[in-house]
Design a protein around this ligand. Structure first.
Ligand code: PEP
Length: 252
């Protein structure tokens, strides 16, 4: 059975003291909350990973990195490898976030390499994708999403998919206050699951968690999460306040 997942992407926010406080605040908010089949993940910036790992130790809160480099080591100033992440205790990494695509030119060819490096090091990949506003207006969102998924992930064998989480994040909804309606999210998630099934079969498709991301917050999370193919969320802004993020988690 696929997991429900609520993941918080802290982006380039929070210094070390603030990260520690936010992590501790979340652990405290979740104290006594029954999470059942729901995983909770937070994703601080690289320099705060170990602090947040320590602050969440012994709790249900997992910690993921926001990015990594595709090479194992070498002359790549400013970069972080998969092995460096696992060496400090990280088990998951977010790849392909729309901000990485937009500001750092990441495309499917690069993301396929990053995915391979992550999986080879035993990291779970939370793979993000989604159409921009013009593509939604032109009604080509399914074609765009299909290319983003197949281009980065369809070279994998079926077994590798046990370490893949998909995160559909319509770019027009990220940080804009605009949210896909629950129906729009369900429609796209059902398309994605069918697309994965066509390539890998029903079992892989049924077992992959597909998260929604884009201005998901306490006031709309319950409705979005109620849809059968929405297995949780990747949350930006609302993950930066412990009580708000806890409310989103409880909505599942
Ligand atoms: C994100 O950046 O992954 C995201 C979903 O951001 P927000 O929730 O702020 O729209």
């Amino acid at each position: 059975m696929r997991s429900k997942i609520v993941a918080g992407n802290w982006k380039m926010n929070k210094n070390v003291a603030e990260s520690k406080a936010l992590a501790e605040g979340l652990v405290s908010e979740l104290n006594g909350v029954s999470l059942d089949n729901t995983r909770v993940i937070v994703s601080p910036t690289f320099v705060n990973l170990t602090t947040v790992l320590a602050a969440t130790e012994g709790s249900a809160v997992e910690v993921a990195a926001q990015n990594m480099h595709q090479e194992a080591s070498g002359a790549y100033t400013g970069e972080i490898s998969a092995d460096m992440l696992t060496s400090v205790g990280i088990k998951s990494v977010i790849l392909g976030h729309s901000e990485r695509r937009e500001y750092f030119g990441e495309d499917e060819a690069l993301l396929a390499k990053k995915t391979d490096a992550a999986l080879a090091n035993g990291l779970e990949v939370i793979y993000c994708f989604g159409e921009v506003k013009e593509e939604r207006e032109a009604n080509i969102q399914e074609k765009v999403v299909a290319e983003q998924i197949s281009g980065a992930l369809f070279h994998l064998d079926a077994a590798a998919w046990s370490n893949i989480v998909l995160a559909y994040e319509p770019v027009w909804a990220i940080g804009t206050g605009l949210t896909a309606s629950a129906e729009q999210a369900q429609e796209m998630h059902a398309f994605i699951r069918g697309f994965v099934a066509d390539k890998y079969g029903a079992e892989v498709a049924e077992n992959v968690s597909i998260l929604y991301g884009g201005s998901c917050k306490p006031s709309n999370a319950e409705e979005i999460f109620s849809k059968p193919d929405v297995d949780g969320g990747l949350i930006g802004g609302a993950s930066l306040v412990a009580a708000d993020f806890a409310a989103v988690i409880k909505a599942i």
